[in-house]
Each structure stands twice: as C-alpha cells, then as structure tokens.
Write a protein that binds this ligand. Structure first.
Ligand code: HEM
Length: 499
C-alpha cells in the first residue's frame, strides 16, 4: 500500500489503541500503519530486513512506500527516513523525542560498555560528555589550538609515504589512529606495532560485533541476560566478558598515560590533559575517561576511510587531481608545506572533499536513534522505543537534490551550482550529531592538502582502480592499488617535512 496519512485525532487514537493491542497480543501483530511495509504475523517484516547494503534496500523500499516508512519486527517498530527534510523535522526539530539510542544488551551489559557516549541514553551523563567534547573540540577556536599537532602528524604521514605506498590502506588507518591518540591523550604512536593502536583496534572490532542487532540473540531478546552462565548455549556471556576487558583497556591505558605524564610534571596539551588541569571531581574524571574513550571508535575508522577514498578518487580522476595541484601550486607555491589555515584559500580542494564525502557515504545509515516517547509525525504514529534510521546514503544520492548523483563531480559544490553541502547530514542529526566533526574536517583537509602538494597519484598500468563500497555500519571501500610518487625535488621535500 502506498504512503498514507493519519488525518484526524480519531485515527491517531485508533492507532495508539492498535499499538496497545499489539503489545497485549505479545507482539503477534504485524505493522498496521498506513505507511508501514506489509509484513507477516508474529515476525512482521523480519524477511524484509537486509543483512548488507541496508541503505540500498531502504532506498528501494522508499520508491514504493515513500521517504518515511516503518517496518515491524517482533513488535518493534523501525522507521526509515529517506529524505533530509524529513530527518531535520524529526531528529533536529524534535530532538527531545528522537535522541535516544537503541538498547543493545550484548554491548551495554555483557561487554560492560554501556557508558560509552555512542550507547548512552540521553541523560545527565550524556550531557556531561557532550559538554566536555564541545568545550574541547566543538568550536573553531578550540580546534585551532590543535592545528600544530594536526600539521605535525600530516607531515609524518607524507614522510612515511615517501618510503613507499604498498601498505597505503594500513598507513591511512595508522595515521588516523595517531591523530586521535595525539589529540585525545597527547600520546605519540610508534611507527608500527603500537600497543595502544593495537588495543583500540581490537576493542573496536569487538564493539562493532557486539552492537550488531542481529549478531547476538540477546540483542533481540534482552531477557536472555538473566539466564545463568552454566546454562547450555550461553557461551556468548564468556565472550562478552573477554571483550569487556579489551574495551576497558582501550579507555584505561591511554587515560593512565596522560595522568602519568601530568604527575611527572611533563606538559600534556591534549583534550584529556587540558581537562585534567581543571581539578575535576572523581565523577567528572570518570566521565572524561568515557568521553575521550569514544574518540577512537568515532573518529579513527571514519577519518581513515575518507582519506583512503580521496586517494582512490584522485587515482581514478586524473583531471581533477591536476586541477587541485594547480590550485595548491598557485596558493602555496613550492617553498612551504600547506597549513590548516590554507583551507579558506583552497575552494576547489574543499569542493573535492565534499564530493568524496557525498559520493562515498562512510556512515551510510548514520547511527540509529530511538524515540523516548510516542510521537505522531506527518500523520505516522511512531511509538516510544521505535528505532529511527536516517538513510544518509539516500540523502547523498537523491536525484532531486544532486544532478547525476552517481557521478563523481566536485563542480556541483562550486559557485554557480552550489548543491547541498553533505556535511549537513553525513555527521548525523540533533543532539547526537557527531561531536568530532570539526576535528574530522581539519584532519582530512590537512592530510589531503599535503598529499596533493607532495605527490602524483596514478594508476598502475594494466590495473585500473575501481571504486566499490563495502557493507557495514561504517562502509569501507574495496582496497585498491595505485602508484604514489613525489612530484617535487625529493631532497627539498624532505627538508620541508623535517623543517
Ligand atoms: C569523516 C569523519 C566522521 C564521520 C563521517 C562521522 C559520522 C558520524 C555519525 C553519522 C554519527 C552518528 C550521529 C547521529 O547519531 O546522529 C557520529 C557519532 C559520533 N562521532 Fe563521528 N564521524 C566522523 C569523525 C569523528 C571524529 C573525528 C570523532 C572524535 C574525535 C567522532 C566521534 C563521534 C562520537 C563520540 C559519536 C557518538 C555521538 C553520540 O552518540 O552522541 N567522529 N559520527
């Protein structure tokens, strides 16, 4: 049935009653909304739930059911939002209702990681973490204070690239991990086999697995938490305990490093170091540890993927690469390296970065939100506890917003065209909007500006690179090969990097 509206209060009341009945019948009813995808008794739309590339399925279903539709699985409502305008109206303008996170017992309880920012309910602690983030990284003035660290790390990145680019993929991930650990804790990573990068990467791998709704039955049936560990089939509890240790270590080890540095009287100009200088109460210190602990998970993979995708796009689109080189050469010349302050003078590079972020939507279904109370939106009754999925991929590839959305074309963001800036949605919405977005922008800009300044990126003869996005909550691109060679005098480049 196509999209419909609940036009009167009577219809809304009727829908509420239906919901009550649905609960009474122990979740045996299927979805009943007028704009709900039809399902089966008991399981609802279980068979409609995609296991990979969810954003494509949601976009396809949207062609039939409209850009706001719902599904029901075992009585739980899932609402998919396929348009930017709708997402703003719901998640931004009604953020007091739409700012919870879905409950994932495996991650929050079994892995004891419920206090991390991404999983916290919209409560006092959440506000405290967000405030710490905002004061440290949420303003242009705050981010500027980290520019010297960003520039240093981007120099090391290109310095390493001069030695070879065979492990480009890992190099990008190592670099973005290094940025987070330096900014968050003042910790300098080792060139390879860094213990804190290793702990954090492992912990994030566990975290991703524990938060997949269908990954563990307990995420669908929380009652299983009460089943004792000796009961057959509860091996996941032991797994969760093991993962909890790693997740704790990801927060404890670098935090202890910063505290130790301060105790030894060494300066530590990091996010944590600065806050520790504020003589915090034990409760605030604990909150600081959790806030900082969320940075690696939120920022490391996403930033690395964006830089890695940028290099791929430069390899595929040689003409665009040439145009950025021209811009960089005319603004910066050849006697100095780019700095973070150059961003405002490089509008073409800025447009290319927007296009990279639009074209490859790194967090394609954003992170799910959850409602804290019943709502009626555009005639749809949305019960408390509904999971809300903003389909950022669809927003980024909507032909009504972007001309030829499947084409990589940075000119769409230049004067004269000015299509919608993807940063309005790729970082999420409302109270949950990504608190690291300014840091992400700074890291991506300075790293890519240095790359273009220093290198020529080209395909390997006979192996044309292809773009392919991979499934996942955070979508990577399929690893590729390319040639990265210095485009300037090597000794001069070395002198600039070391200077
Ligand atoms: C290109 C880079 C990045 C992208 C595309 C990105 C995207 C996102 C998205 C879509 C969300 C979910 C927002 C929502 O629920 O509405 C999010 C949340 C989050 N991000 Fe980022 N992010 C990036 C970089 C970073 C960085 C550098 C940091 C930390 C320094 C960070 C930390 C976080 C945290 C802690 C959350 C959870 C916020 C909450 O639950 O309230 N992110 N990010």
């Amino acid at each position: 049935m196509p999209t419909g509206q609940l036009s009167s209060q009577a219809e809304v009341d009727c829908a509420r009653k239906s919901l009550w009945w649905k609960d009474c019948l122990a979740h045996t009813a299927t979805s009943f909304h007028l704009d709900a995808v039809r399902g089966y008794p008991l399981i609802g739309n279980l068979l409609d739930i995609p296991h990979s590339y969810e954003w494509l399925t949601w976009a396809k279903l949207g062609e039939v059911w409209g850009d706001l539709f719902s599904l029901s699985v075992f009585g739980n409502t899932i609402v998919v939002v396929n348009s930017y305008t709708r997402a703003v109206k719901m998640l931004n303008e009604k953020n007091h209702i739409y700012s919870e996170r879905p409950y994932v017992p495996m991650a929050s309880v079994t892995c004891e990681f419920g206090e991390t920012m991404g999983l916290l309910p919209n409560d006092r602690r959440f506000k405290a973490y967000r405030k710490m983030f905002h004061d440290g990284l949420g303003t242009n003035a705050g981010i500027k204070t980290f520019f010297p660290q960003e520039e240093d790390l981007a120099k090391s990145f290109i310095g390493k690239l001069m030695e070879g680019s065979e492990d480009l993929h890992d190099h990008c991930f190592h670099h973005s991990g290094a940025i987070i650990l330096r900014i968050a804790y003042g910790y300098d990573v080792k060139d390879s086999s860094d213990p804190i990068i290793a702990i954090s990467t492992l912990a994030m791998d566990h975290f991703s697995k524990a938060t997949v709704q269908g990954g563990f039955l307990v995420n669908t049936i929380p009652f299983l938490l009460k089943v004792p560990e000796w009961f057959p089939g509860t091996g996941w509890k032991a797994v969760g305990k093991m993962w909890a240790k790693n997740l704790r270590a990801m927060e404890d080890v670098p935090f202890a490093f910063t505290k130790d540095q301060i105790a030894q009287g060494r300066g530590n100009d990091s996010f944590v170091g600065r806050w520790l200088g504020e003589s915090l109460s034990p409760r605030e210190e604990k909150e600081l540890k959790h806030a900082a602990g969320a940075m690696f998970g939120g920022g490391s993979e996403t930033t690395a993927i964006t830089i890695y995708t940028f290099i791929l796009m430069m390899c595929i689109h040689q003409d665009i690469q040439k145009d950025i080189q021209k811009e960089i050469d005319s603004v910066i010349g050849s006697d100095r390296l780019p700095t973070c302050e150059d961003e405002r003078d490089l509008p073409y590079l800025e447009a290319v970065l927007k296009e990279v972020e639009r074209f490859h939507t790194t967090v394609p279904c954003s992170l799910p939100h959850c409602t804290s109370e019943d709502d009626v939106h555009d005639g749809m009754f949305i019960p408390k506890g509904s999971i809300i999925i903003p389909n950022a991929w669809k927003m980024a590839h909507d032909p009504a917003v972007y001309k030829d959305p499947m084409t990589f074309d940075p000119t769409r963001f230049l004067e004269g065209r000015k299509e919608q800036d993807p940063s309005e949605y790729i970082f999420g919405f409302g109270r949950r909007i990504c608190p690291g977005r300014l840091l992400a922008d700074a890291s991506i800009f300075i790293t890519t500006a240095m790359i273009i300044f220093a290198f020529e990126i080209s395909p390997i003869p006979g192996e044309p690179p292809l773009y392919e996005n991979l499934p996942g909550l955070i979508s990577r691109v399929r690893p590729y090969k390319c040639k990265i060679t210095p485009r300037r005098d090597i000794s001069k480049l070395r002198a600039l990097i070391e200077g």
